[in-house]
Every structure is written in structure tokens, then in C-alpha cells.
Design a binder for this molecule. Structure first.
Ligand code: HEM
Length: 107
């Protein structure tokens, strides 16, 4: 009906067991082929798709790249002994990780 608000739930595709080998695990190999080269996956839609897709995608990708590359060039990150980090999160308008502690050691 005209005027109806629609909120797509991207979790259904970003954690789709028929699209991802290990959807509940941090697994960079989701984006690597057998030779270790980057592969684009159609199911990776954090910025949504179609006419109402994110207008800030280019800016967000650039900022995330600069932010994480600067951190990784400066620090080594590790977990506290015996602590296993969880990919579970707090569900709201976005999915946020539970608070966690890690070591950041200067490189
Ligand atoms: C990691 C960062 C970001 C993610 C994951 C993200 C994700 C999304 C998603 C999924 C939508 C579609 C929402 C819907 O279904 O209606 C959206 C819309 C939008 N985003 Fe982003 N976004 C990010 C950063 C940004 C930034 C940095 C800007 C602007 C500087 C931006 C501007 C917008 C705008 C204007 C829309 C509405 C587009 C429309 O409805 O026509 N976003 N974003």
C-alpha cells in the first residue's frame, strides 16, 4: 500500500547458510578464491541493493579502509589469554558486538 514503510532485513542474506560456508564465523576466506585472490560475493550486501541502496557506500568504504589500515599499521591486536571472542551481537537498528577487551600492542 502507498506510504507503507519497508525495512529490509539484511541479516537474512548476510548470514544465509545457503550463501556462506561459515556464516556465523569470522572467516576472511569467504572472500578469497583457491589462489588467495579476492572474490566479490553477490550475497555481501551490507549497503543494501537497488534504488534505495546506501548513498554513502563509497565514502564509508574509503573511511573504513583508512581507519583499519591505520590501526593495523600501528598496532598488533590480540585477545586476552584463553578468551574466545564471540560474533554474537546486540540486535537493534544495527547489530553491535557485546563489549569485549583486547590487547593493542605497538608494532
Ligand atoms: C559502514 C557504513 C554504512 C553502512 C553499512 C550503511 C548501510 C546502509 C543501508 C543498508 C542503507 C539502506 C537502508 C534501507 O534499506 O532503507 C543505507 C541507506 C543510506 N545511507 Fe548508508 N551506510 C553506511 C554509511 C553511510 C554514510 C557514511 C553515508 C553518508 C555520508 C550514508 C548515507 C546513506 C543514505 C543517504 C541512505 C538512504 C538512501 C536512500 O534511501 O535513497 N550511509 N545505508
Amino acid at each position: 500500500m502507498q506510504g507503507t514503510s519497508v525495512m529490509p532485513n539484511l541479516t537474512s542474506v548476510l548470514f544465509d547458510k545457503t550463501e556462506w560456508e561459515t556464516p556465523d564465523t569470522f572467516n576472511p576466506e569467504h572472500f578469497l578464491d583457491a589462489e588467495g585472490k579476492f572474490v566479490r560475493r553477490d550475497a555481501f550486501l551490507p549497503f543494501s541493493a537497488g534504488k534505495r541502496a546506501c548513498l554513502g557506500e563509497g565514502l564509508a568504504r574509503m573511511e573504513l579502509f583508512l581507519f583499519f589500515v591505520s590501526l593495523l599499521q600501528t598496532f598488533c591486536f590480540s585477545t586476552l589469554d584463553g578468551v574466545q571472542l564471540s560474533t554474537e551481537g546486540i540486535i537493534g537498528a544495527t547489530r553491535t558486538p557485546y563489549p569485549f577487551k583486547i590487547y593493542a600492542t605497538a608494532r
